[in-house]
Design a protein around this ligand. Structure first.
Ligand code: ATP
Ligand code: MG
Length: 360
């Protein structure tokens, strides 16, 4: 039996009951009652290997919270179509992302992982939600505005503009109470809250109003100084990057433009490498700050110190990654099991929705 199946078996014993238990603990309005854990729903677009921004903004929280919440983690593959119609890498990108989730410590027993495209109820709820929000409201969404600017999009598609509506369906189909995401996603969660309220008001209560959960580093700056580390901007450090690669990338990172040579006094508050130190060398930031300001610490040394700290954090992830890379079948098993479990919840919620909407 492979490692994953063994763990899954144990998890089953521990949990004891499945959907029946959840069903019994609902009141008449469909709300979960009593001591049930709050539910987390969060996802990512499968655009390949993850970077530090994904980790510090979201994944770290997913892992930290997986014991205290009831979790669902979604691979937002339909969302990839908002910015690219090329699906030739969809499978590989999905597997690569799930490997990163597993290698970083997400436990598939506690946190079912599933592809959005395999649970058709997402589309049905998306359609209903799309009747509850105006185009005007979607055009005011700052995250889409940033994306249009960053990706030079001339004419946005209907589906791309409606990205947050599909996202609301993703969250609310599982009655997510909390959504651990990076700061860029907060406006989308606000749209989910509005849609939950609107639906509950128009048809009757089904949905909770989900709240975002942010980490301390909810927007990690990119290596080029852009406000967001992002794959599409090519300014990332990947969780899979070996030490030499991390060093090479950090060498090119922008620092305080006023600090030209080693002896020049620097300003850590405007330096992105210092912002990485805050995350990866928290005990050394006092000293680094002082030595940068005095000119004692040059940028090259500072960057190499930072690279070493990041690599010591990445080392165990890269090690686990190797295991899953040579056991891809196990990764697929994780997905199929996650999809089976997610489908049960999605079908139950859509049953309630259909009853309230009263069509057919
Ligand atoms: P990319 O453009 O790099 O492919 P993305 O924005 O398309 O990334 P998403 O799937 O939208 O990736 O993001 C997954 C999660 O990671 C979201 O919760 C998002 O807020 C978070 N995230 C992504 N980049 C960063 C970052 N630089 N800092 C903090 N959180 C981030
Ligand atoms: Mg994004």
């Amino acid at each position: 039996m492979n490692e994953w199946r063994r763990k899954r078996g144990k998890g089953k014993e521990k949990r004891g009951k499945g959907k029946g238990e959840r069903g019994k603990r609902k009141d008449k309005r469909g709300k979960r009652k009593g001591k049930m854990k709050k539910r987390i729903l969060s996802g990512m677009r499968p655009t390949g290997k993850l970077h530090l921004g994904h980790y510090t903004g979201a994944l770290e929280n997913w892992i930290r919270l997986q014991d205290s919440y009831d979790n669902y983690h979604l691979i937002a593959d339909w969302h990839v179509l908002t910015t690219s119609l090329d699906t030739s890498n969809a499978y590989e990108d999905t597997i690569d992302m799930v490997i990163d989730w597993l290698a970083a410590g997400l436990d598939p027993v506690k946190s079912p992982m599933f592809r959005q495209s395999q649970i058709k109820e997402h589309t049905e709820l998306h359609l209903i939600f799309s009747m509850l929000i105006t185009v005007n409201r979607l055009e005011r969404n700052p995250t889409v505005k940033d994306q249009i600017r960053d990706l030079n999009i001339e004419n946005i598609t209907y589906g791309h503009l409606g990205y947050p509506v599909l996202q609301a369906a993703d969250i609310l189909l599982y009655k997510g109470d909390c959504v651990p995401v990076g700061e860029d996603q907060v406006p989308h969660i606000e749209i989910s809250r509005e849609l939950a309220r609107k639906f509950n008001f128009a048809f009757g209560h089904v949905f909770p109003e989900p709240e975002p959960l942010l980490t301390q580093f909810s927007r990690l700056v990119g290596l080029d100084g852009n406000a967001k580390m992002s794959k599409s901007l090519g300014n990332t450090i990947l969780l899979a990057d070996e030490a030499e690669v991390v060093k090479g990338k950090l060498k090119k990172a922008v620092t305080d433009p006023q600090k030209m040579r080693k002896g020049d006094p620097g300003r850590p508050e405007v330096c992105l490498v210092f912002s990485y130190h805050k995350k990866y060398s928290p005990e050394e930031t006092g000293e680094i700050d002082a030595d940068c300001r005095s000119g004692k610490l040059g940028c090259v040394d500072c960057k190499m110190r930072c690279a070493a700290m990041i690599s010591s954090f990445l080392e165990p992830i890269i090690e686990k990654r190797k295991y899953y890379e040579s056991h891809r079948g196990e990764v697929m098993d994780v997905l199929l099991d996650g999809e089976r479990r997610a489908r049960v919840t999605a079908e139950a919620t859509m049953g309630e929705v259909r009853e309230k909407v009263r069509l057919g």
